[in-house]
Design a protein around this ligand. Structure first.
Ligand code: ADP
Ligand code: MG
Length: 712
């Protein structure tokens, strides 16, 4: 490549097959394809999984039984013998000059061929002494090849590809050497590089693959992580701003009289968090561009009140509000709750003699009879209905609004993107309604910035005063379980009520239902004999479900045995005990939701997580719930336990551009990248002055990818 050519871009590197490199022929090329390295860019972005610092590395002679250790050693011998049954045991003896250890592999006869005497291995495993012989059972093995240098990069899956980690190091070095004459384009604006004192991109790629020191590696990582996060945030912010520019919304009257009247009649002051969220929402509503905001708040934080405030802002300006719930039970409950909260609130109406008219709230679900439904729909078109509450029935084609101003969607995770879009289309001609999505499943703020990149986020991080915290206990032994049922009987005797949530089997709803039915029968005939029990599950006809819920609300049913249909939103203040069976089968968020069904009234509440955990993750989840009632803290634990894959969605994880960055580990950088992205896009909405960045985003995020980010 002649000098004087412009620096190489990622696109240039993506255009060169890895077989262009010296030493990478067809065979090596197909090995690299196994780890999805096809181009020079793929190779440079195939980052080491970890590093071995030779100066701090363990010596075999110094290991003590029980140590988890990584040792660098040479293969001395390998042999396989037949065990009983069809099993084989392959023993590979390795040594590092200070001692020897035998690696034991079951049913991996191929190891004998793979690990030849003289080969350098990096081995990670648990050191033990078995019948007098030092041993590591089923260790992780990396083939090192001839490694020099103090710090050795260890590449992911090199073994799967049949590559030595040293080979990869050599290819990368060769690739960087070939790039050197033209240099690599650094598309990130200079003042950003200065602000964070970043190394150049070229130095970062060199430093991540072949660091001289761990500090150099850390600096390299910091830079590359930022670049990844910046690309994602630039794309998200750009799309968000585009929608804001291109979609006309309604400029609502936020300081009208109706909202004031509503707040004045509340029997309690707003929490500071509610005040803040209402102000943030108000600022959005006042603008002539559609709001698209997520309201996150723990169970019981008072989201409904904030949502109703937003809906009333629409009404006081002559528009309508809609509140959409994921299930009929919840829609009905919202209807009860909201009408109670509004009482006989009246709408200022200058066209009438009295200057006031009653506020009209209607419920629309599939259970509403045909005649009533017709009437509601007719009054909706003419604007006589102010607030409509319901399930997805609200967005069916037949439902037409006079002027839909604000839509609140409760528990967004149950709604698809299409439904959200359909609702948006229900606005006045040319103007899209403002959308507020409420969720009680907190996710860490930085994760939200990526997962809900197209939404602004308001957080209710404070519970109204006077709540008694829910005491949570794990019950793992039969004796402890006895105590749980005794506690349920005691609470019921004291006039309280209880939930029993049945294990989620997961394979099919029918199985879940069967297990719930069995549990119900067992409890009724056994531990809870003599109490009034009822069963609730998702396959019951909806009027039956409703009647069970009504009897529970009324206190006629003392113990409700249910599947997770009660997970979201069911609100019975007299219920003070939540028993979750086989609790380790549930996720943290789900357990937290379930627990949130109690502790809603004046009485102290308890939650019992029953069952002996079958996995260590299950154990950690239960412990997390026992330790904390703070949904946001729990969300962080959840992210730690599960990794971001589950939050981003497995599909996305495999495809997205976040190779090094971790939403968990690099939290601050997510926020920083977002901030920088907003600055850049607000000055240069379509990145015309930043063609290098624009091109990289197009290359690495692509349209599909960005669409997916927006939709998740
Ligand atoms: P969420 O939907 O966030 O789980 P809700 O909106 O259902 O919470 O509110 C839970 C309960 O707290 C309701 O009974 C509500 O009336 C009450 N509440 C809401 N805001 C306040 C407040 N600022 N002070 C006291 N109680 C409140
Ligand atoms: Mg609620």
């Amino acid at each position: 490549m002649p000098d004087g050519d412009p620096p190489l871009t990622f696109r240039d590197l993506a255009g060169r097959p890895v077989t262009d490199l010296k030493g990478v022929g067809e065979k090596r090329g197909s090995s690299l394809a196994v780890v999805e390295v096809y181009t020079i860019l793929d190779l440079l972005q195939h980052y080491p999984r970890r590093y071995l610092d030779r100066t701090r590395q363990a010596r075999i002679g110094e290991l003590v039984p029980g140590d988890e250790a990584t040792v660098l050693a040479e293969v001395r011998s390998a042999s396989t013998r037949q065990l009983r049954g069809r099993r084989t045991l392959t023993n590979v003896v390795i040594g590092d000059g200070t001692g020897k250890v035998t690696l034991a592999f079951f049913n991996q006869r191929w190891r004998e061929k793979q690990l030849k005497p003289g080969m350098q291995l990096l081995v990670h495993g648990k050191y033990e002494v078995y019948r007098g012989t030092p041993q590591m059972g089923s260790p992780v093995v990396d083939l090192m090849g001839d490694q020099t240098g103090r710090i050795i990069p260890v590449y992911p899956q090199s073994e799967k590809a049949g590559l030595m980690t040293a080979d990869l190091g050599r290819f990368v070095a060769e690739a960087l050497r070939r790039c050197a004459p033209r240099g690599l384009l650094d598309p990130v604006p200079e003042q950003v590089l200065d602000r964070f004192d970043f190394v150049t991109r070229e130095a970062a790629l060199g430093g991540i693959h072949a660091p001289e020191t761990m500090v150099e590696k850390d600096e390299a990582r910091r830079r590359l992580v930022f670049d990844e996060l910046l690309r994602v945030q630039l794309e998200l912010v750009r799309r968000k701003r585009r929608i804001e520019r291109e979609t006309a919304g309604i400029a609502h009257t936020v300081d009208g009289e109706l909202v004031d009247r509503f707040h004045d009649r509340l029997p309690f002051p707003l929490t500071a968090a509610q005040d803040r969220a209402i102000a943030e929402i108000g600022a959005d509503l006042a603008l002539a561009r559609p709001m698209h905001r997520l309201l996150q708040g723990d169970v019981g934080a008072g989201k409904t009140l904030v949502a109703v405030t937003a809906l009333l802002a629409a009404v006081q300006g002559g528009h309508q509000g809609a509140l959409m719930a994921p299930t009929e039970v919840l829609a009905e409950q919202h209807h009860l709750g909201v009408t109670a909260m509004l009482g006989d609130l009246s709408v200022p109406d200058p066209t009438t003699l009295m200057g006031d008219r009653p506020l009209r709230v209607e419920l629309l679900t599939n259970r509403v009879g045909a005649a009533e439904r017709r009437k509601i729909l007719a009054d909706l078109i003419t604007g006589k209905v102010d607030l409509l509450i319901g399930t997805h029935a609200l967005i069916q084609d037949k439902v037409e609004y006079a002027s839909l101003g604000v839509v609140v969607i409760d528990e967004q995770h149950r709604f698809g993107v299409e439904q959200r879009a359909a609702l948006r289309d229900k606005g006045d001609a040319g103007a899209a309604p403002d959308v507020l999505v409420m969720t009680a499943t907190p996710i860490p703020r930085t994760a939200a910035m990526t997962v809900y990149g197209d939404l602004d986020v308001s957080v209710l991080d404070e519970l109204p005063p006077g709540r008694t915290p829910i005491a949570t206990e794990a019950a793992q032994t039969p004796d402890e379980e006895e105590d749980v049922w005794a506690a349920v009987r005691d609470e019921v005797a004291a006039g309280r009520q209880a939930y029993v949530v049945c294990p989620l089997i997961g394979e099919s709803e029918a199985l879940d239902v069967r297990s719930a039915t069995e549990t119900f029968e067992e409890l009724e005939g056994g531990h809870l004999h003599g109490l009034s029990l009822a069963l609730l599950h998702g396959q019951m006809p909806s009027d039956e479900k409703q009647s069970v819920m009504e009897r529970f609300r009324a206190g006629d049913v003392q113990v409700l045995v249910a599947t997770t249909v009660i997970e979201v939103g069911v609100d019975v203040p007299n219920a003070t005990v939540m028993v979750v069976l086989d609790a380790d089968r549930f996720g943290i968020a789900q357990l937290h939701q379930l627990r949130g069904r109690v502790g809603r009234g004046e009485h102290a509440s308890r939650c019992f997580l029953v069952g002996e955990p079958t996995t260590s993750d299950g154990e950690s989840r239960i412990q997390a719930l026992v330790d904390s009632t703070d949904g946001f803290a729990l969300a962080e634990v959840d992210l730690d336990l599960r990794g971001e894959g589950t939050i981003m969605g497995e599909r996305q994880k495999g495809r997205n551009d976040l190779r090094l960055a971790s939403l968990r580990r690099d939290k601050e950088w997510v926020a920083t990248a977002r901030e920088v992205a907003i600055q850049i896009i607000d000055e240069d909405p379509e990145l015309e002055a930043h063609p290098g960045l624009a091109d990289e985003i197009a290359l690495l995020l692509g349209d599909d990818e960005a669409e997916f980010l927006m939709k998740s």
